[in-house]
Design a protein. Sequence first.
Lengths: 264, 545, 364
Amino acid sequence: MAKRNVSGLRRSPLAAKIVIVAALLTVGGTYSAVTSALATQSPTGGYTQDQKDLGHKLFLANCASCHGKNAEGTKNAPSLIGVGAASVDFQVSTGRMPGAASGPQLQVKPVQFTQSQIDALSAYVSSLAPGPAVPDASMTAANGDVNKGGQLFRINCAMCHNAAGAGGALTEGKYAPNLMHSSGKTIYEAMVVGPQNMPVFNDANITPAEKKDIITYLTYLQDHQSAGGNDLGNLGPVVEGLLIWLGALGLIIAITVWLAAKSN
Amino acid sequence: MTTTAPSRQKNGFLAGTANYVDERVGVAGILKEFGRKIFPDHWSFMLGEVALYSFLVLLLSGTFLTFFFQPAMTVVHYDGVYAPLKGAQMSVAYASSLDITFQVRGGLLMRQVHHWSALLFVAAAGLHMLRVFFTGAFRKPRELNWVVGFVLFVLGMAAGFTGYSLPDDLLSGNGLRIIDGMIKGVPFIGPWISSLLFGGEFPGENIVARLYSLHIMLIPALILVFLALHLFMLVIHKHTHYSGAGRKDTNVVGYPLMPVYVAKAGGFFFIVFGVIMLLATFFTINPIWNYGGYDPSPVSAGTQPDWYIGFLDGLLRLAPTGLEVMVGDNTLSMNILWPMIIGVGFLVVVAIYPFIENWVTGDKREHHVLDRPRNAPTRTAIGAAGVTMYAVMWAAASTDLIATNFRMSLNQVLQTMQISLIVLPIAAFVITKRVALSLQRKDREIVLHGRESGRIVRLPHGEYIEVHEQLDEFDRYKLVDFKDYKPTLARPNAAGKITVGARIRSGLSKFYFEDRIAPVTQTELNEAIHHAHELQTEVQKAIEN
Amino acid sequence: MSETSKDLATVTSPYSDHEYPAGLATVSDDKVADPGIEPHRVRMTDKSKKHEKAAVRQVAALFFLSMFGSAFALYAYFAFPIDANLDTVRNNTLFLGAGITLGLFGIGIGAVHWAKTLMPDSEVSEERHLTRGSEAKRAAAVEILALANKESGFTRRKLIRRSLYGALALFPLPGIIIFGDLGPNPANSLRHTFWANGTKNKPLRLTKDPDGAPIKASDVTSGSVYHVIPEGLTEDNPRYLEEKSKAAVLLVRVDPKDLNEAADRKGWSYDGIVAYSKICTHVGCPVALYEQETHHLLCPCHQSTFDLNNGCKVIFGPATRPLPQLPITVDKGGYLIAQSDFHEPVGPSFWDRSAKTNSNGIEG
């Protein structure tokens, strides 16, 4: 039995709990300090000269071969003058850029740059001419009006992206992607930028508050499992029909074969 | 003459009840007649039961839903628990469907049971029809029962369509919009019929209530009537059975109704119900909360009807551009009418097929022994072509989903399907017929020479042979007992003229029966067994040495 | 090989007193002999008391499992109440459903197992009878019908018979005609939309769907698409959906150089901003997909594709007619307004669509 001295305190059962709590507080506190620092470093404007310089270097190394040395565009890729930080952030942080030259539409690929590198690229391109800025966290948080968001989503977005955001077809091999893993920032940027064949939804058409409502609605869909069970990808009656034929009838036929077979 | 009053029986409650009912309804006679009726046992005979039991589940779950659903299109603002729709404007029908889903215990479960069961009903009925087709069970005396079954299939489609349109959500509402557009395109009377159906301009305020009365009253009543006819004929005709030892057109071989079938078929009801309940517990179907109430302006990517309406939607998509023509000042919407004609035409061919085949074969005998599909190669090939065509029409309804999920061009997918609609059924016919004939030849081989056993023996004179196992007489009989037909020439009638009808019949008989494999005769079999015995004695000698 | 249907008639049973022709069937004298029903194969549960007892226990166990499932379902109904949290709905559905599933499967599999293992499985043969009645029965039936005919005089009395046919043919017709009030005469309802309510002095602005905010031309930037309803068509309008299903419009701005406008439509756009009916000319779905780079409009229902640069003519899919164009301009405030209603019926075609009607331009 240990005596209640300093070493005894270390070995007391309470010590373990104290250490755990302290560790959690330290880690949690450090994390939130760092991320909030990062947050303030993903600016909606106000890039530093260092960022612009880094961005220029990165641009020349990774983008200029298609977009031109001064982002003026070539026959392979359009001009980036005036596309704004939002456009750069959208394309690069979803991995669409650097783009592969094949296919009717840019594909989402593994992201090739860190967020600070992406910020640098944004800083450089937005310095060439004014354009849509990266939205800040308050504009993309999911605390808008989920009802209004749903209504706007169905009128403006569901025809391409499907009422539950499962994605949909456009012509000639193009498509509107599934939105169930997209962040609020990405969604906002896409609306503002109108990447490739997606139309532009400027702030007069869908106001910033309305954009937030749409993000709120999509976040609601992302966060809530279907009350009915597995949602089969939300692809509708086609998949339901397939499940009946292949799953249910398959199971039932297996049972009927057992049922009608002679017992051994 | 005195009559004594019956003394109190001491035989127990069951006996007393049976006596009571028999004295009023005559159940003893019914029990005697039907209690030991023989039913053949094969898993493929249970598909019709799956449809029947799904229908029972539909009645049960549907009744539950009718206690909560309100088929009105009055506009309300949603005040329920589903947050994304709170305050939204919608019809009472949609709002009550949301309430069933989110505010009634077991409501979502019953909605899902009902909808999964509807999909299963039509699927099982379709599969059952395919079984009946490929085994020739539609032949005399069952041609009328085939037609009754066909009507049931179409009624099932109607029940499903009217049912899924009831919640008045965006997806089914667009389906109604499409139906309205098609109706408007009917020459002369289109807009009139549209106005009669919807009570005025689309969407109007009546359609949900009208579909409701069709869905819970008229169509189920018709289904019950035709179901009764269907089962009544089944009892009169007795069930068919596959060929095999002891099975003839003049008997039926199987097990008695009581107790075996009561247990198996009764148990099967619970199993089918259990499968439906399993689906309803774990898989979402028709998540109406995602669609919102119907509004003519929004639309969801991936707008398809339930699977059994798919082939009609597919036909609409397959129509090439520019089919609509002007007839003077009037518009003839052939881009809508051609899909309707082809779709209905396909169904009509399915409905009248038994009469076509009967006319070609001229076989007026009753048939109670089923064909194995391979033994009717042309019929089986026609069926395969029909299934393929149906599959292409159905797949054409999901061109956009195929394009999105398999990263293809929507336009190329559609054009491929347009070509497939013509090419694939023909290919399916040719391939299936050849496969069936080959399988028949293989059966012949097995009957005459037995199965390869894998044992190799060297005979004294140096020859290596593989020992074949002869089939036992019971297995063998299955392979030799089938109907065989020959084509006919076009013969002049009594007036000495060869009619067009006779020519067509002769041509069709050639199409059907020109390529045929005749069943093994007893003479051939005797010879083959004789040779096999000789070979066996040689093999025995070789082994002993 | 003789071509008769002997194999039916040779059966020594009261099968039939009638022979049917066999048509094109070949009927052989040389058929392989029928060995008769295969002898019964004994099951383990028939031979061995141990297996029989095991089967009995298995069946009973399945029935007990069913009881447990049903009881659990009853419990779950109360143990998982539902409230505004959707997860409670999921849990209630899940556990109630799982319990009922078990309750059902237990009975079903138990009953089938009972039949397969414990009930006799010897196959039995039952004789069939020809479906048609025997000759005696048929004769009797014919006699009855003939008697009924004689006594009623149905065949003999032509006047009665024919007038009866007439009466029976006519009597259902009122039953059909009373459905006439199911819906009104469609009249010109398909030829006008809400946009016709605009006048020269008070034209209708193009407003956003659904909130009704008017749209300035300067708000419609290149690459934008607006979903439009007419000014004044608000949610509280009792004919909101009916009007919207004809008046919905898509508003897009493209580079004016890209627009190939027909000569008689040059004044219908404004600085590259064009407005087209959103209702597909195939069967009426909303043509809502706009591809910003190709300037194509795609209808999601049957994939009709319309080329905005060329008057929305059809370039793919089953539609035939181009989308009707709404003539627009701007008012003094810079807001987009409709000059008139569409110059043709919107939506799916119908038979007399092209019939000459009264002008549906702006009334002064």
